[in-house]
Ligand binder design. Structure first.
Ligand code: SF4
Length: 249
């Protein structure tokens, strides 16, 4: 049985390409018995949602696959950014943020055992968390409240941010809250204005450099091979990016 991005992308075609597959379905239906029973009865079924709508919450059962001392908490699904090289906006649909209450309840639940020391906040673009539900980005508020919870967690790490969506409040919370790791995960993607425009990143070299001045330590993701990303642009990406960084290419 195939479930996930591949099934959302290729739908019924997946069954043609993979004769060994019995069923293809998307996560929205993964806990729905009716669909599971119909899949059981008539083998080789594809149940695909045209508009991805799945969003887990604090009541969803979760199997933690990470070691006991850290866990990922996903605060949103989908992405509205439509970067030109990325299929996520099409596959996962529009931004759908969880409520702050749901995220905080989940954090309390998974930290109850006392073994959990680090929470990693994820989402396709965590910096816009809450914009759809609350009318403005709420990541800073969420992290602030999370850091104030009485729990054994010692570190809160923010992953998958977008350089165009940082707010002063978020930088302040990272700086001031002891539990929030002084580390930012910023997929800047490039430092050439031409390439950034081509990638539809809605940010410029000057914005990235200004943001970097606020960071003591950051991980910056630099993919290569984007159309028109020639040898010169790749070398510009590596040499002109702000220092004090760890690069992942
Ligand atoms: S922000 Fe990330 S997930 Fe969203 S479209 Fe761009 S690369 Fe894809």
């Amino acid at each position: 049985m195939i479930c996930g991005c591949l099934s959302q992308m290729y739908g019924k075609k997946t069954l043609d390409e993979l004769p060994e597959a019995d069923a293809v379905f998307v996560r929205r239906y993964s806990r729905d018995r009716t669909y599971l029973e119909s899949i059981e009865r008539s083998r080789r079924t594809a149940v695909i949602s045209k508009r991805p709508a799945y969003l887990y919450d604090d009541r969803s059962p979760r199997v933690t696959l990470t070691p006991r001392h850290y866990a990922y908490v996903k605060v949103s699904e989908g992405c509205d950014n439509s970067c030109s090289y990325c299929v996520i906006s099409r596959l996962r649909g529009r931004l759908r943020s969880r409520t702050m209450g749901s995220v905080l309840k989940e954090v309390m639940k998974i930290s109850a055992s006392g073994a959990l020391k680090e929470i990693c906040i994820t989402g396709q673009d965590t910096t816009v968390f809450g914009k759809d539900n609350y009318g403005r980005p709420m990541l800073a508020d969420l992290v602030d409240k999370m850091a104030a919870l009485k729990m054994g967690v010692e570190w809160i790490r923010i992953l998958y941010t977008h350089p165009a969506h940082y707010t002063d409040k978020l930088i302040d919370v990272v700086r001031d809250r002891e539990k929030v790791c002084k580390y930012l995960d910023i997929p800047i993607q490039h430092i050439s204005d031409r390439l950034l425009k081509n990638m539809n990143r809605r940010t410029r070299k000057s914005d990235i450099i200004a943001l970097s001045k606020n960071c003591a330590s950051a991980s910056r993701v630099l993919p290569s091979g984007h159309p028109y990303d020639g040898r010169r642009a790749v070398s510009l990406g590596i040499t002109k990016c702000p220092s004090r960084s760890t690069y992942r290419a």
